[in-house]
Write a protein that binds this ligand. Sequence first.
Ligand SMILES: NC(=O)c1ccc[n+]([C@@H]2O[C@H](COP(=O)([O-])OP(=O)(O)OC[C@H]3O[C@@H](n4cnc5c(N)ncnc54)[C@H](OP(=O)(O)O)[C@@H]3O)[C@@H](O)[C@H]2O)c1
Length: 238
Amino acid sequence: MRLAGRVALVTGAGRGIGRAVALAFAREGATVVLAARTAAELDAVAREIEGAGGRALVLPADVRQEAAVAALVRRVLDAYGRIDLLVAAAGTAAFGPLVETHPPAWDEMMAVNLRAPFLCCRAALPAMMQQRSGTIIVIGSVVTSRTLSGSSAYTASKYGLLGLARVLAEEMRPHGVRVGVLSAGAVDTALWDAVPSPPDRTRMLRPDQVAEAALLMAAQAPNAALEEITLLPAGGVL
Ligand SMILES: NC(=O)c1ccc[n+]([C@@H]2O[C@H](COP(=O)([O-])OP(=O)(O)OC[C@H]3O[C@@H](n4cnc5c(N)ncnc54)[C@H](OP(=O)(O)O)[C@@H]3O)[C@@H](O)[C@H]2O)c1
């Protein structure tokens, strides 16, 4: 039980990587707060966690909204009095040449993939700083280390996220709060459902493999910080 007694807030916990992280953290003894917009998916994950003997709390929220994120963190603190782990896994992806990328689609990518993690970190940090402990993990992407044509908005959002996390890691070092980026290559999740002609999904990573890496970051001894991981499908898909 590597996370016994910890309280974890996982955004994007309804499916894909966030769901896998929530299940893995709960299996390791954490109480997991599940956040995303679709309550039915969160309820299903909570049932899975509780069915295996774990603890979960469902708090539906749209992480693009500042007030919703503030209320989410307030409710976690009201319920448990602390927040040890924040995994910002809510995200979106869409691909296409920049010349065909419409400004509203660009804005949506930035709102979900970059501004929302900023809002979540900003809301959770005061409690973590007061505790003088806490671990934040944001889900980055291989696009910051391998250039992928047709991914300008997605890539810009993930470079922004990487920059945010690196600066925040420095700012939080004196406060005992760890900030890490888990950058993954292609993972077989519903995110690919809307992508025309996606890469071979059978050669992608599985969400539980990404969750295993998140667990490695979360469960480091207090005197160590695993700040950046790049996890790629060994077959080389993205
Ligand atoms: N799949 C990959 O190949 C891959 C690779 C590297 C990195 N990533 C990153 O991993 C993260 C998760 O991706 P995934 O593949 O797990 O996607 P996914 O299966 O589509 O899941 C995305 C999750 O984010 C939630 N979400 C989206 N917009 C939200 C909003 N405004 N407010 C609250 N929750 C929201 C979704 O729930 P609702 O729609 O119900 O809100 C869902 O639970 C993303 O940041 C993605 O960029 C994915």
